[in-house]
Structures are given as structure tokens and as C-alpha cells.
Design a protein around this ligand. Structure first.
Ligand code: SF4
Length: 440
């Protein structure tokens, strides 16, 4: 079969469509390769199918041209990577492609299943899309659930149709490759869509993870993002990955997201030696009653300890905080921001609490009459809470960004830490950042 794999882009506003991570590319001034779509490509090629992948976001191809390219390829199937913020346009694209067998994939297919039910998509895949798409190519129709028990059985994502130069880190301009280490999460935070998408967690083996890194280093990539919900949840795997990187002498650096209760100084020191330069933690709000209301299953002290220990290990920290959570007030949110500033946390991202379909937060928000509009993404305020209106939350978010990033000491630290070659990327990403976040 001939299969066209599309990561469509509809406006100048580009979106990252990366599993549950569906946000404006300008949020971090960076774009990541669409590894799930690239994984589907490898899976299909391994089975003997002919494929072409087009990342319209990276190559700035708009819908008209995409449709032309699809026509030129004469595919038997067209796979479309969808996401919540562009759901309307994704469904319209399926309408335009009515003459083809279209397959929708991406986290949105499970979250807004009812929209896909009424759509023109020939088939809709949720779960592990590599397996789901293959089932469709083999004849399955309607809603198809994909599941891969052994993640190591998957071939590495295909980089054949990807230009790695399109995916760089803000500030440094280094090429960045995400490596999907595992899927799912064992926790159940009320605001998170991961438990809706995947119950429990599964991981790859260390040998396979490091082999993928080695393959990419040969393409000139030495900067990686270990993409999974909680990288250090599987301590045995992390230790093995780090030891293998050290043993093989790979000159790589990497970052990973994780949870505060799964790190300690011994592990952090090993990670640092293996090239870890940054860890992101969901700090959400440093107020116990807010964490408890969100079922975060973490104490404020655990989060603070993990952040400080990470910094002490010489690893930079990104703090992800959420504005508008149940029981959150202006005061306890600002206390959180002040703590991050006082403790010199390196980067912070302030998202709005968003009642994503299927989440417990949506049920709570609905019951309390907090929802003010349909949620499109974490960058847009779509619900209030008992203490703050949407307008107040937007002002508070802007204040948090100003307080955190526009301190003379912070700006100075950023500038003196720059290598000359990084100056232009730094200016570009700062302007992007200003344009995106600091709306006063
Ligand atoms: S620990 Fe992280 S990934 Fe897991 S449910 Fe909570 S927020 Fe989501």
C-alpha cells in the first residue's frame, strides 16, 4: 500500500502535536520532530508499505499545497496527525480529502471521540498509533485501538523524510531529537489527560534507548529529550541508560520531564555524569491544599527538595506551574512564583488549568460552573475557579511571567551564560517569547 503521513499546519500559528503535548510551538520557541508519525512510518515500512511523511509545520506547507502533494503521491491511505487546538481544521481537512481513505491519529481522537464519530475520517486510531494505523491498512475500520505490549519490538522512528535542521533548541540552536522512552503514567492528577489516554506505564529497555541515541549521533544530533511522562519513575531503566551512555563514551546531553518523588542526589549525580543538563518538574502550586485537591500525591516539601537537589547536582530546573487550579488563590500562586524566584529556578512555564475532555478537572469545573469556554489548550484560559475569574487569571499569568523573567539579575544571568554563536537564536527566541507571553 502507499501511505501518505501528514502533520498538517493551518495558519501561521504553528502547533506542536506530540502526544498529550499539544501547544503553540512558540511556547518554547522550539519545534520537535513528529516522532509518533515517524514511528508509524517505520512500522509501515517494516511491513513493506511505501510511505511519504510531510511535516507541514516544519516545512511551512499550508493546506492547499498539502492536498496537491497528497494528490501527486496517489496514496491508498492518508494518515493525519490531529490535535485538540486544530481539531476544527483537522476535520475540515478530512472533508477535503473525501476521495481518499483517511486515518486520524493523535491524542485528540480519544478526547473528542464524538467529533470524530461525525467526521469524514475513514478510520480513527487511538492508543499506540503505530499499531492502530497498521491495523487500518490491513482492513480495520471505524475506531481502532492500537496497543504495543513490547515497546522494544518497534523499529526506531524514521528520519528519512525529516530534516533534522528544522528542529532546534531555543537559545542554542542545537538540533534536538526526542526519544520516546515510555508511555503512560501510574498517577492520576485531576488536570492531566495522560490517565485518560493511557492507564499505567510501559517502558523500553535501556539498550534500545541508547541504540537509538547512537543512531542519531551519526546524523549529527547530540542533544536529546527523553520523552515520557516521568522519566525517573523507572529507576532501574534510568540507571542502565546512564551507565550505558557513560560506558560507550557518548558525547551527548539530554533533558527529561519527571516527578519530584522519583529523584534523589545519588540518581541525579549519575544522570549529570551521563549528560543530563535539564529536568522539568510539575510543581503546579506550592500549596498543599491545592496539590491535594489535584490528587498530585506529592507534598510541597517533596517538590521543593527535588528542585533544590537537582540544582545542587548541577542540573538546570524547569518548573511547570498551573494557574486556576481548585483551591488556588492569587496569594498561594504568587507565593509559588516567589519561591521559584528566590531559589533561582532556571526556567518556569505558567499554564492555565484546562478542563480537557475526559479529565476529572472537567467534571469538577462543570459541577462548579467554572467553565467559560471550550478548552483549546493550556495557553488559553477557559475556566475560572472559586477565587479568580478568567480575566484575573490572565492578568496573574502575565504578572508571573514578568516577575519571573524580567528581573535584572535573571536577564543578566541569561546574557552572560551565552556563547557568541547563540546570541542570534537567543534574541529570536526572546522576541518570540515576548510576543507570546508578555501581553500586559
Ligand atoms: S504525574 Fe504527570 S503525567 Fe502523571 S497524571 Fe500527574 S501530571 Fe499527568
Amino acid at each position: 500500500m502507499r501511505v501518505f503521513l501528514a502533520n498538517p499546519s493551518y495558519t501561521k500559528q504553528k502547533y506542536l502535536k506530540f502526544g498529550r503535548c499539544m501547544q503553540k510551538t512558540s511556547t518554547w520557541s522550539s519545534l520537535w520532530p513528529p516522532i509518533y508519525l515517524m514511528g508509524v512510518q517505520s512500522f509501515l515500512e517494516k511491513e513493506g508499505h511505501e510511505t511519504l511523511l510531510l511535516d507541514c509545520v516544519a516545512s511551512e506547507v499550508m493546506v492547499e499545497e498539502l492536498v496537491e502533494r497528497i494528490r501527486g503521491f496517489k496514496p491508498d491511505f492518508v494518515v493525519v496527525n490531529t490535535c485538540l487546538p486544530t481539531i476544527k481544521e483537522d476535520l475540515e481537512l478530512a472533508e477535503r480529502l473525501k476521495g481518499y481513505k483517511t486515518v486520524a491519529m493523535g491524542a485528540s481522537t480519544k478526547l473528542v471521540k464524538e467529533k470524530f464519530e461525525k467526521s469524514c475520517f475513514h478510520a480513527v486510531v487511538s492508543g499506540d498509533s503505530e499499531d492502530g494505523v497498521l491495523k487500518v491498512i490491513k482492513g480495520a475500520e471505524g475506531f481502532v485501538q492500537g496497543f504495543i505490549k513490547d515497546l522494544d519490538s518497534m523499529p526506531f522512528p524514521s528520519y528519512r523524510d525529516i530534516k533534522i535542521q528544522d528542529y532546534t533548541l531555543p537559545y542554542t540552536g542545537d538540533f534536538l531529537a526526542p526519544i520516546n522512552v515510555g508511555r503512560g503514567c501510574r498517577n492520576a492528577c485531576v488536570f492531566c489527560m495522560v490517565p485518560v489516554l493511557n492507564k499505567g506505564s510501559r517502558y523500553r529497555g535501556a539498550e534500545s534507548v541508547v541504540a537509538e541515541m547512537e543512531m542519531l549521533t551519526k546524523k549529527g544530533v547530540n542533544h536529546f529529550l527523553f520523552w515520557t511522562e516521568n522519566f525517573t519513575e523507572n529507576r532501574g531503566l534510568v540507571e542502565k541508560v546512564c551507565k550505558l551512555i557513560i560506558k560507550k563514551g557518548l558525547k551527548v546531553c539530554w533533558m527529561a520531564p519527571t516527578r519530584a518523588d522519583t529523584v534523589d542526589p545519588k540518581l541525579l549525580s549519575l544522570m549529570k555524569r551521563a549528560g543530563c543538563w535539564m529536568i522539568s518538574f510539575g510543581v503546579e502550586c506550592l500549596e498543599q491544599k491545592v496539590l491535594d485537591a489535584c490528587n498530585k500525591r506529592l507534598s510541597v516539601e517533596t517538590i521543593k527538595k527535588a528542585v533544590l537537589e537537582t540544582k545542587k547536582a548541577g542540573i538546570k530546573v524547569v518548573a511547570h506551574a498551573i494557574i486556576g487550579l481548585p483551591k488556588q488563590t492569587r496569594e498561594n500562586f504568587l507565593d509559588t512564583v516567589n519561591w521559584l524566584i528566590k531559589n533561582d529556578v532556571d526556567y518556569a512555564q505558567f499554564y492555565f488549568a484546562t478542563p480537557f475532555p475526559g479529565t476529572i478537572l472537567k467534571r469538577i469545573a462543570k459541577k462548579n460552573g467554572w467553565i467559560v469556554k471550550e478548552s483549546k489548550g493550556l495557553e488559553e484560559c477557559s475556566m475560572r475557579n472559586d477565587h479568580m475569574t478568567c480575566e484575573e487569571l490572565v492578568k496573574l499569568r502575565n504578572l508571573a511571567y514578568r516577575k519571573f523573567y524580567f528581573r535584572p539579575a535573571r536577564v543578566w544571568k541569561e546574557i552572560v551564560g551565552l556563547k557568541p554563536k547563540n546570541f542570534i537564536p537567543f534574541i529570536k527566541s526572546s522576541l518570540n517569547f515576548l510576543n507570546n507571553w508578555v501581553k500586559i
